[in-house]
Design a protein around this ligand. Sequence first.
Ligand code: 6CM
Length: 247
Amino acid sequence: TEVTRDEVELPPPAIDNRLTVHPLWPEIDRISTEQIQAAFEGVGGEIGWQLFAEEGDMRMYRREMEVDGMVMDPLKAMHKVRGVSAREMCHYFFNPRYRYEWETTLETMNIVEDISTDTLVFHQTFKRIWPASQRDALFWSHVRSAPQHTYAVTNHSTTHADYPANTGACIRLIVTVCLACRSTFPPNETPCRENITTSIAYCSTVNPGGWAPAGALRAIYKREYPKFLKRFTNYVVDQCRDKPLAI
Ligand code: 6CM
């Protein structure tokens, strides 16, 4: 499938009307609202969250959870990035144009449905990581703005007749991911690259969809998630350098 959208288009400040008439709209609206709200809730006071990675302003927590012997650890990461806006962060996370440049676990990516300027359905396959079998995922991806200079992308698994699960070499994983970003700048100042800070909350819950050795899977997550968040945020800072700030 070809990437059809205008790659320079930023996330729209309001919900695209084309989305609100789509059959997935009620689910997309409900899950995005829940995910964005949960993303900004702290982990400090909550029991069961364990810090597993820390570097500079980045902190990553997980809650060990197994269902029928399968690892489904919810993950939550917090980070702070200076010099880029929430809208810019979400632009680079949402827009497929840039995905291969920051997503190192990706093997293939197809746009299954172009719903609206703020919503796409993707089919992706991931690189096979020994000793697990290869995984794929089919999910809608929705970007929206929220009050307080906030933008967020929510990705959530769905189904599609043209992409049945577990028919080929891949095991279908089920994923819910939210990248929620909020920008701040000093009161009574005009936001610019020099004074803007964006707080990031990244939440991910992956059901591996079939048995994978728990220890190996946790080791993969421990290595891959910090790598992803560092690489992605550095990528956005690099891309935005010398471009006018987009709030
Ligand atoms: O959120 C991330 N990427 C988004 C755009 O691609 C999207 C991806 C969701 C899928 C996350 C799957 C994680 C598993 C990848 C490793 C596969 C190994 C299989 C091992 C056996 C189960 O939301 C960034 C995702 C960063 C993941 C480290």
